[in-house]
Ligand binder design. Sequence first.
Ligand SMILES: [Zn+2]
Length: 53
Amino acid sequence: MGPLTAVKRRLQGVVSTRETREEYGCQSCEARFDVQYHTCPDCGSYSVERFDW
Ligand SMILES: [Zn+2]
């Protein structure tokens, strides 16, 4: 396996994590969730909104 293969695998890993169901995120601390919280569990912000990719 050459270095390019390793890079390719890493890129594919990034893509696959983006396809998980983490559709919501905190606008303040950028934490991501797969459910929509009313308040962010991380920072307590009310700015948890759905991502529009
Ligand atoms: Zn937050």
